[in-house]
Design a protein around this ligand. Structure first.
Ligand code: DCP
Ligand code: CA
Ligand code: CA
Length: 365
């Protein structure tokens, strides 16, 4: 049987890179994105940091005051998380990545698996060329870098991707899987955290190679059946999990802040009409139809209202989308006497047939 060709793309220092994109004068300086808890001005944790900040030892999850201390005396920049903006960039990128895949699975905001097997006819050299083309296109169209891992399955693609960052590209052909994994520490495997790796070390398991050679019965005794068998397979780089369309990637949304707070339908519709065009353009690129439409409004008092509806028949029409959104907007305004500050439009795709098809394929190989 032909090996699969699975690619993982992972955006580099994603939240911080988005901030650099918005404000290029940040480039070269240490940039830290903080999740501020709001209790005191300094309390909270590091969400991520660019590579310049990482050279000073700043890491995701670290308390912000600690990051501040590490960067003291350096010309660094601390910014709060702006998730809506990062999501907009992510949506744009995912749309480009999707175009390169037979099957596409977004994982979180900054990662995606692509099954390329058919597209490259099983060739790892061709897959590498595709990865390089993607980098060029993404740099030209959006202006960000990402790292790529290419391997026969998701498990190894993930580890390969982590191997070279930022802007890396690592290819592990089927015949290279064993020598590649053997030398790596066991905690590079998904599911091996601090506790597990300490338990493994007691058993004399330090590298993934040690895990592969370890008696599977003992692993099951120590870690239980499910984990034991998973570790045994993972140690040898075996993973049959298919790349699958995820639910999350099946909707497209856009959000915008109004020029001024308002509850005037015609005024707000000027903005939603633009959002509709953007959403519908994305949809058309994917050649899909929508059957659900939703709007979300952030009101002046910071409360959130939403309305949604399901169409009788899936549609691709911009007019249908605009009119449906206006109808929802009317309903939403009828339900409140406050002004709207921000407004978002979201459509969900109609792809029942395809979903069922993928599910069957994953059951029956
Ligand atoms: N993130 C977060 N808190 C964490 C880890 C991550 O808020 N503890 C957010 C910020 C990251 C994004 O998720 O930008 C993606 O996480 P990654 O683990 O992929 O890390 P980065 O993209 O920041 O860096 P890398 O270049 O190592 O992938
Ligand atoms: Ca990343
Ligand atoms: Ca990631």
């Amino acid at each position: 049987m032909q090996s699969r060709v699975v690619m993982l793309v992972d955006l580099d220092y994603f939240f911080a890179q988005c901030e650099e994109l918005r404000n290029p004068s940040l480039r070269g300086k240490p940039v830290v994105i903080g999740m501020y808890s709001g209790r005191t001005a300094e309390s909270g944790a590091v969400s991520t940091a660019n590579y310049a900040a990482r050279t000073f030892g700043v890491k995701s999850g670290m308390p912000l005051f600690q990051a501040k201390r590490k960067l003291e005396g350096h010309d660094s920049v601390f910014l709060p998380v702006d998730y809506d903006y990062y999501e907009q960039i992510s949506d744009k990128l995912m749309l480009i990545f999707r175009g390169y895949a037979d099957v596409f699975e977004q994982v979180g905001i900054d990662e995606a698996y692509l099954d390329l097997t058919k597209r490259v006819n099983g060739s790892y050299d061709e897959a590498k060329a595709v990865g390089l083309r993607m980098k060029t296109e993404v740099m030209a169209q959006v202006g960000v870098t990402f790292s790529v891992g290419i391997a026969p399955n998701k498990l190894v693609a993930k580890i390969a991707c982590d191997e070279q960052k930022p802007d890396g590209l690592t290819v592990i052909k089927p015949s290279d899987v064993k020598p590649f994994l053997e030398r790596l520490p066991a905690d590079r495997l998904l599911g091996v955290g601090k506790k597990t790796s300490a338990r493994m070390a007691k058993l004399g398991i330090n590298t993934i190679g040690d895990l592969a050679n370890f008696d599977v019965q003992r692993l099951v005794e120590v870690f239980g059946k499910t984990l034991g068998i998973y570790f045994h397979n993972a140690g040898s780089g075996r993973d049959e999990t298919p790349v699958q369309e995820s639910g999350e990637a099946e909707s497209i949304s856009r959000i915008a802040t109004l020029k001024q707070n308002s509850r005037d339908l015609a005024f707000i519709a000027e903005t939603t009409d633009v959002l509709c065009v953007e959403v519908q353009t994305d949809l058309a690129k994917r050649g899909l139809a929508f059957n659900q439409v939703g709007i979300v409004a952030f009101l002046e008092d910071l409360t959130v209202r939403s309305r949604s509806t399901t169409l009788d028949n899936p549609s691709e029409s911009l007019n249908v989308l605009r009119e449906t959104v206006r109808g929802l907007l009317q309903r939403l305004l009828d339900g409140t006497d406050r002004n709207v500050r921000r407004i978002g439009v979201k459509i969900s795709m109609f792809r029942e047939e395809e979903k069922v098809q993928t599910r069957l394929e994953s059951y029956f190989g």
